[in-house]
Design a protein around this ligand. Sequence first.
Ligand code: NOJ
Length: 515
Amino acid sequence: MGHKSDWPANPAIYQVYPRSFLDTTGTGEGDLRGVIEKMGYIAELGVDALWLSPFFVSPMVDGGYDVADHSAVDPRFGTMDDFEELVAAAHDAGLKVLIDQVLNHTSDQHPLFLAAVEGDESAAECYLWQDPKEDGSLPNNWLSQFGPPAWTWNHKRRQYYFHQFLAAQPSLNLRNERVQEMHHQEIRFWRDKGVDGFRFDAVTSYLFDESLKDNPPSSPEVHEKMVTFRFVPYSYQDHVYDMLPGDGAAYAENLRKWAGEDAWLLGESTSGNNSLKLVKDFTEEGRLDAMYTVDMPEEGADPEMLGRLFDEVSDLSRYGKWMSSHDQPRHISVRGDGSDRDARFFSMMMAVLPGPWMIYQGEELGLPQPRLSREESVDPVDLIFWPDGPGRDGARVPVPWGEGPAFGFSEGSPWLPMRWESDRAVSAQTEESTLGFYRRALAARKEHGWPEGTVTGHKTKGEVMTIDLDVDGRAWRAVFNYGTDTVSPGLGAPFMASQHCVGDMLGRTAAIWKL
Ligand code: NOJ
């Protein structure tokens, strides 16, 4: 949008899930001081910003996305002084700080929800409460994104309340003025602490149609397209009434107003149809800077998905690219064979494609997706579908920094078991390993202006996608060989490639040429 004077137009953002980053107190859970300690490591990667997943007061039923006080640090992560020091350390290291804002819902332990349960009607109006149907059954057919119905009974009020995620996360009514004022204050609170931008959790779930009509069934194509959640009944519905009725994206104008023109704003588009159209709607002038959708990791950034992205979102600065997060199984295992080769293939691809890029902690080490037993698992979503759940716990296994049973993550017992191969640890990586490759790819991305490029053409033949790019008047060509056969693009030695390449490209190589 061009009004962020000191934000790069297309930042590379490193996502820290604090509970799994570095523990400085021996509790087995990471904390804010751990992030401060490793600020140099993050800056040396060559990213522009740090995105911190929730560290707010929370019963941690949904890993911190169930917030009980949006303007306070949970003691398990440290103190407000620690947070202020973290922001100062990030700024000193030349990094911007982006934090999560979970505005769609609260924890069921939030004082506002507890007051609603106790009969405070003004508090109740901040959520969505409904009487049962005459026969006691649910008010309508709406489902939570994790599978079960979106309605949970509360015996005190003898009513159902609405929740798009877990029952422990009652959805707020974002049209309510008291809720809006609360959100406005929360956002200002964090801006005053020096935060430079926000990642808005579940921004596409904010509004629902007040008629509360049943959603119609979705088409079989929409349902079959879903990779991770195909088995969730949520994908059987067309979400026309429970999310974004009318121009719901215009709500983002409030977020912009509250956060300020100079904040960089990223929205998370959760499941739903027309995800790429939503990207455009939410990033119109005066709204968010960028959105990201599940299409990319769920479809493995394959040629079909990338082609659709290029054709539908012409300005790629509005689309955040990513492959892994605390919600998705680590991509080198689900979209590859877990090898360094595949880690580099995807990082090269992300580096050369225009637009912002979000890197999830540990992907720069080539971490594969670990398997956890049922007893070891804590994530309610993984447990609902055990053993076929999304693998969110696996993605949250702590970062290996060094040697020893807890790989230098903690002096205590890690909250999730760490069974990494020793060569994955930061201390074992070299300039030649995956960590070194990420650093080089990030440096080249910045130096050659790839994030600011535009896609001028693309074609796919078999398992090879060729993309033409224009970067400030200079032509580049990227070739992604998704298959395992060697191919010959006929362009000579590339400018940069994910694995050694003199002209022929081995299977699973991404490379770029200056034309
Ligand atoms: C998206 C978050 O990334 C995820 O971890 C959480 O479960 C849902 N939103 C609900 O807040």
